[in-house]
Ligand binder design. Structure first.
Ligand code: NAD
Length: 359
């Protein structure tokens, strides 16, 4: 098969980690007999420098017409004093919106070889961590009605509105149930239904939809309890589905308990098979251009791309296994180094993963 992939290297370490990921995808293509066509496009700070805007129209068009989008990272101190819509990070919101990507999928996996990187007690991480957070991305309080009232008994006030429709909840819940079917068949829906009306609607829609998935176990948890349980007993979770704001917080918590930011991939999905895949880290300007960045988060994002956009499960697993093997062989980039391990740079880490793939 032939696949077209729009690549957005972006800023900082973005180009370095994307370069290694392209080599990995080409190797997978070679091994399994697929043709990967890459088209590089501009977004973020580099796009501001070259075109005056963070997300040129041409970039949106090319991404829309591709089978998937692979993004490095955008932003950096050079563009920090720009305001609102002119900032590099605007490109991310613009792309999600233009491509209709409403589901953010963030697996948080603690590799056995990296157990020492978790801040949790060793008896808790002993059993491993493998959670997938499914966060609603285009609704809720971040997009609801907001404003300020100048007059009031206690002075000026401000408000933001949490609002969800049945359709919005249904589509994110469906994504979560479908993903659970490919994993351990358990969904935990996180809300605040003891207080919020929007959460009561959220919960009732999910209960209704769960009838379509009798093979997937469903439970519910209040957000405050979920934040605690993630640290107390992370093994109880398989797929967590939640709102935009709760997901924002829980997905960061889930990534923290697994160790390094340089290891974690993500996917943003919509109605069709087109998705955007990116590491959860930023552009790391402090190490950009020094061959120090860990390329694994981006390489694992490309495995998610093969799985979710191209339905190439075997190929996705091949990448994940190659990464695991390199870690088991004690090779580490600076962000995950510990005593007795071999320190390697970005390029060497990429080369080692390619070598494992070819075995
Ligand atoms: P960051 O994730 O870029 O860096 C945080 C720390 O983690 C730094 O010390 C960095 O060196 C390290 N780090 C991150 N990724 C790494 C990797 N792959 N390998 C090794 N070390 C790694 O977050 P920040 O410093 O808060 O933000 C830097 C810039 O990135 C800002 O302009 C921010 O707006 C932007 N940003 C972009 C995205 C995105 O493109 N999706 C996400 C977050 C932040």
């Amino acid at each position: 098969m032939r696949y077209s992939i729009a690549t957005i290297p972006g800023d900082g370490i973005g180009p370095e980690v994307i370069q290694e990921t392209i080599l990995v995808l080409n190797k997978v293509g070679e091994i399994f007999g697929h043709q990967m066509d890459f088209q590089e496009v501009l977004a973020g700070g580099i796009a501001i420098d070259k075109t005056g805007m963070p997300l040129p129209k041409e970039t949106i068009e090319i991404c829309r017409n591709s089978d998937a989008v692979l993004l490095g990272a955008v932003g950096g101190p050079k563009w920090d004093n720009l305001s609102g819509d002119k900032r590099p990070e605007r490109a991310l919101l613009g792309l999600r919106e233009a491509l209709g990507l409403y589901a953010n999928i963030r697996p948080a996996v603690l590799y056995q070889a990296l157990k020492e990187a978790s801040p949790l007690r060793s008896d808790i991480v002993e059993k491993g961590i493998d959670i997938c957070v499914v966060r609603e991305l285009t609704g809720g309080i971040y997009f609801g009605d907001r404003g300020r009232n100048k007059e009031g008994k206690m002075g000026e006030s401000a408000y933001d509105t949490e609002s969800y429709s049945v359709g919005e909840v249904e589509r994110i819940a469906r994504s979560a149930f479908e993903i659970a079917r490919k994993r351990n068949r358990k969904v935990t829906s996180v809300d605040k239904a003891n207080v919020l009306e929007s959460s009561r609607l959220w919960r009732s829609v999910i209960v209704e939809l769960s009838k379509d998935y009798p093979d997937v176990a469903l439970d519910h948890m209040y957000i405050d309890n979920a934040a605690m349980q993630l640290i107390r007993d992370p093994q109880q979770f398989d797929v967590i589905v939640t709102t935009n704001m709760f997901g924002d917080i829980l997905s960061d918590e889930a990534s923290m308990i697994t160790g390094s930011i340089g290891m974690l991939p993500s996917a943003s999905l919509g109605e069709g098979s087109l998705g955007m895949y990116e590491p959860i880290h930023g552009s790391a300007p402090d190490i950009a251009g020094e061959d120090k960045a860990n390329p694994i988060a981006t390489i694992l994002s490309s495995a998610m791309m093969l799985r979710f956009s191209f339905a190439l499960e075997e190929e996705a697993k091949a990448i994940e296994n190659a990464v695991m093997k390199v870690l088991e062989n004690n090779y580490r980039t600076g962000d995950i180094i510990s005593k007795g391990m071999t320190l390697v740079g970005t390029k060497e880490m990429g080369r080692l993963i390619l070598q494992e793939l070819a075995k």
